[in-house]
Design a protein around this ligand. Sequence first.
Ligand code: CA
Length: 228
Amino acid sequence: MPRVLIVEDEPQLVRALVINLKARKYEVEAAPDGAAALRLAASRHPDAVLLDLGLPDMDGLDVIRGLRGWTRVPIVVLSARQTSDEKVEALDAGADDYVTKPFGMDELLARLRAAVRRAEPVGMPGDTATVETDDFSIDLAAKTVTRRGRDVHLTPTEWHLLEVLLRNSGRLVGQKQLLQEVWGPSYGRETNYLRVYMAQLRRKLEADPSHPRHFLTVPGMGYRFHQG
Ligand code: CA
């Protein structure tokens, strides 16, 4: 059963989350601050982290960066912050998703399920296992990317995005389709997720990220992978 680490300093919200998650057969740990969160994550290896950004001892963004130093565990941010900049900052720091407080428990659980599912390995039966370009090579079966002889580390969300684009190599993949395939069926309008994650893929894989040759934007429509 998946183990979830809740990082939240509001006792009432922690209680509500614990009750709801346990009722759905999750194992639950809770940390009231960032230091406890980093300690528990290291000792318990959760399958997902629900993370409040406003913690008493440190900024939640630093918790994300601390976790991303060593783990690819899915992180869903619980944000009281409404501005899109701060959400993008959280995604940029390595979060996989966010829900804005106050949130409905059903929405949160759907996003948690999607985050856990994304972290599971997916096979691509019938497809060629490797993709070579001038700039990088990808082994889909082994889940490795090398660029100029060096391994490139991708997060689970980046992998899924890459896989969907490669599966449709040369074809336009619409924004909504990408969001639904990578994040889940309840997504479709979060185009800022795509901007953030495409920027990350380009930064990691393109020779010149500001003039991409492989991960192309089709303005207003979606994205296209060009093997070239
Ligand atoms: Ca808080």
